[in-house]
Design a protein around this ligand. Sequence first.
Ligand SMILES: [Fe+2]
Ligand SMILES: [Fe+2]
Length: 276
Amino acid sequence: MRVLILGDLVGRTGRTAVIEALPDLRARYGAHFVVVNGENAAGGFGITEDILTELIDAGADVVTSGNHVWDQREALVFIERQERLLRPINYPKGTPGRGAGLFKAANGADVLVVNAQGRVFMPDLDDPFRAVEREVEACKLKQGADAVFIDFHAEATSEKQAMGHFADGRATCVFGTHTHVPTADEQILSGGTAYISDVGMCGDYDSVLGMEKDEPLSRFLTKIPTGRFQPALGEATICGVGVEIDDATGLAKAIAPIRIGGRLSRIEPQFWLTQP
Ligand SMILES: [Fe+2]
Ligand SMILES: [Fe+2]
């Protein structure tokens, strides 16, 4: 089984690139299931119901999020009727929406997706480790789910690596989001879980984290805000990973980065492109 994961879509350029490319990418890779992080899809801040619907229509099975999930206030309402949108599971009890769900892949497999948020250099939510543990224990690999994917939306690479090892052998893949910069540490951990600290953003890399450069640069230089952060509008790089799953165990056989378009060098999972 093949799963395609794409990182934080930033603004119109990132969103449009993914919506236009996703049908082709699904076919090119033979992907059975697609997860995208949509927390910055609406002008860099949050997600609207219209954008969520466009992403799902384009081929996203699940849209995960993070600390920006409520930037568009309408998300507090529509998340209750949109089961394919996840918010971090470790938000306080009573928060609208859900942080995990079991979804059907194109090949009929049941895929558990969990979205959790880190606490290092981030708001102090509930313990993400215990929250993830509850989900993976309640819906075990090859018992409750054929594959388990964890989007760990966090700032610190240490916390992300710890989550990878915590879930190793119990999840198909733990992938990081939030930093908007892809890391080069994709690997299969000793227990069989695919891991990457951050899949990177889908957005314009001629920017500061997807935002037009002038305002962030000026804030670093003067500490005085002079305007709003605006998404950079140059050509986006679509950034993510491909994960090949061992159907017998639900663990990962391979993980490889994907970078297409824009300023980053093109990379694709070779194990999905070689002819049988
Ligand atoms: Fe983000
Ligand atoms: Fe974030």
